[in-house]
Write a protein that binds this ligand. Structure first.
Ligand SMILES: Cc1cc2nc3c(=O)[nH]c(=O)nc-3n(C[C@H](O)[C@H](O)[C@H](O)COP(=O)(O)OP(=O)(O)OC[C@H]3O[C@@H](n4cnc5c(N)ncnc54)[C@H](O)[C@@H]3O)c2cc1C
Length: 460
């Protein structure tokens, strides 16, 4: 094939996988048994190599799909047989941690967990934290503007990016790897590449903002009777902890029960019959004082019947065991056949009643057999994993319609953090106006008039 010969001439044969070699490649970490459908996978090692490949594709009108850590939940890395994959996995160098500027510079294929470790070696924290951090790459997190478990305190990925470098769909390189915090010299173009899911450019290098690593971390898990009390608990903790509350994660009873019963490897730290469970994380300065404060606050809540039960995790081992129950959503996905994943935003006060309504509606659909609900409630973001015993476009649409039913009326979002990808494009208009969608299409046309880079993601 002409494109493969041309790519091999540019990058060398070892950097281009095709034919038999695609048998061991896949498009998602949960679909490793399904061989990749694509022309070839290209493995560049430098920005110049990415630019050369993209330039060639631009000339030849070759469609490209970018592969990061393959952990997205919206079909963003699915491919068709005529598409070429550029995988960022070899561009994983951590170039510098600057403890004075408190920045980390890396190639975009670096795994998030490796960046967290590199920052920790300098007593600094990269506050990105989510279940897929061991697979997801920083380029993927930037492309999706990933959120996670500490957004409430530290913000989304967007808040952590100081500078970036990207290859445009015609092969030009845009470099802005400044470490500075303030830069109002015109449009902040880097923002266009954050959350645009690889449709406007391929992120190749990045400067991240780090923070001083809090020297103490402790957590509690509490059982709560109703959603109003969850909100009272959030207020009490946020106010009482004086800025050190870094995680406040909600899990509905059925989800907790599933996460802590066979065949899950996890066991319930507190009984399984409370309607709601809240995972609380505190990151502060003085471990003894932080634990005491958290203990006192949970004690107040028990006394005032805001919570029904609770336990404290203090050691790293206890903390990790507790947070695995919240983070390891693969356990839920494994029990939900033909699963659909949702990631909606709703105003925080409305979440309890709206999720009850959505759940009741879903239970009326005979094809639905599992409904798992959990999420980043302090950010107004709830996830659903829905399992079914039938999977066809009508069933998928029926489930989508019920979950998205209330978004417009309550000014919610069809995607709080996972993005739109291929799977949610049809529903973009539940969160975005006609004018907004039109502008997105115009931007895509401006950056990528031949529509070769991640085509069909977000907008057509
Ligand atoms: C168990 C689990 C838990 C999760 N929890 C969360 C969570 O709490 N919060 C959250 O936000 N997400 C979560 N996710 C979703 C996912 O991990 C994030 O969307 C993550 O940011 C994707 O990164 P990735 O490297 O895997 O990207 P991929 O899945 O490889 O790609 C995602 C999109 O970005 C594009 N892309 C990848 N790399 C680049 C690049 N260098 N330049 C341009 N475009 C690129 C791809 O083409 C694709 O469209 C979770 C996923 C799993 C499996």
């Amino acid at each position: 094939m002409k494109i493969i010969t041309a790519l091999e001439a540019q990058l060398g044969e070892a950097a281009i996988l095709h034919g038999e070699k695609l048998q061991s490649r896949y498009h998602h970490i949960w679909k490793m048994d399904k061989p990749l459908n694509a022309v070839a996978v290209v493995l560049p090692k430098t920005t110049a190599e990415v630019a050369a490949v993209v330039q060639l594709c631009h000339q030849m009108g070759q469609e490209i799909v970018v592969h990061g850590g393959l952990s997205n939940l919206v079909g963003g890395t699915e491919t068709a047989a005529h598409q070429l994959v550029i995988s960022m996995e070899k561009m994983n160098a951590i170039e510098e941690v600057d403890p004075i500027s408190k920045t980390l510079t890396a190639q975009s294929g670096a795994i998030i967990e490796h960046l967290i470790d590199a920052a920790a070696n300098h007593d600094l924290l990269l506050p990105l934290n989510f279940g897929a951090k061991g697979s997801a790459q920083i380029g993927g997190a930037i492309a999706t503007n990933a959120g996670g478990l500490r957004v409430f305190r530290f913000g989304m990925t967007r808040q952590l990016v100081l500078g970036l470098e990207a290859v445009l769909p015609d092969g030009r390189i845009i470099t802005n790897l400044k470490k500075i915090i303030k830069d109002n010299s015109g449009y902040d173009l880097k923002q266009l590449f954050i959350g645009s899911e690889g449709t406007l450019g391929i992120v190749t290098r990045v400067v991240l903002r780090l923070i001083e690593k809090p020297s103490s971390r402790c957590s509690a898990l509490v059982g709560v009777e109703n959603y109003d009390k969850v909100l009272q608990l959030l207020k009490h903790m946020d106010k009482g902890l004086g800025g050190t509350l870094s995680g406040f994660e909600l899990m509905w009873q059925h989800t907790y029960e599933t996460m802590t019963s066979d065949p899950s490897p996890y066991r319930a730290p507190i009984p399984q019959h409370y309607p709601y469970y809240v995972f609380i994380e505190v990151m502060g300065k003085n471990h003894t004082q932080d634990v005491k404060l958290l203990e006192d606050l949970v004690g107040d809540c028990l006394e005032n019947e805001i919570v029904l039960d609770g336990m404290l995790a203090q050691t790293d081992k206890e903390l990790n065991a507790l947070w695995q129950i919240r983070e390891d959503v693969a356990v839920l996905a494994a029990q939900a056949k033909d699963d659909q994943h949702f990631d909606i935003s709703l105003p925080i006060p409305k979440i309890g009643s709206l999720i009850d309504q959505i759940t009741a509606d879903l239970k009326k659909l005979p094809v639905v057999d599992r409904i798992f609900t959990f999420g980043h409630v302090a950010d107004g973001n709830i996830h659903f994993i829905i399992g079914k015993h039938e999977n066809n476009p009508d069933v998928i649409d029926a489930v989508n319609a019920l979950v998205y039913k209330h978004l417009k009326a309550h000014q919610g979002s069809v995607s709080a953090e996972h993005g739109i990808g291929l799977h949610k494009k049809k529903y973009l208009n539940t969160s975005r106006s006609e004018v907004e969608i039109e502008l997105m299409q115009q931007l895509k046309q401006l950056f990528d008039p031949k529509n070769i880079l991640n085509p069909g993601r977000i907008v057509n």
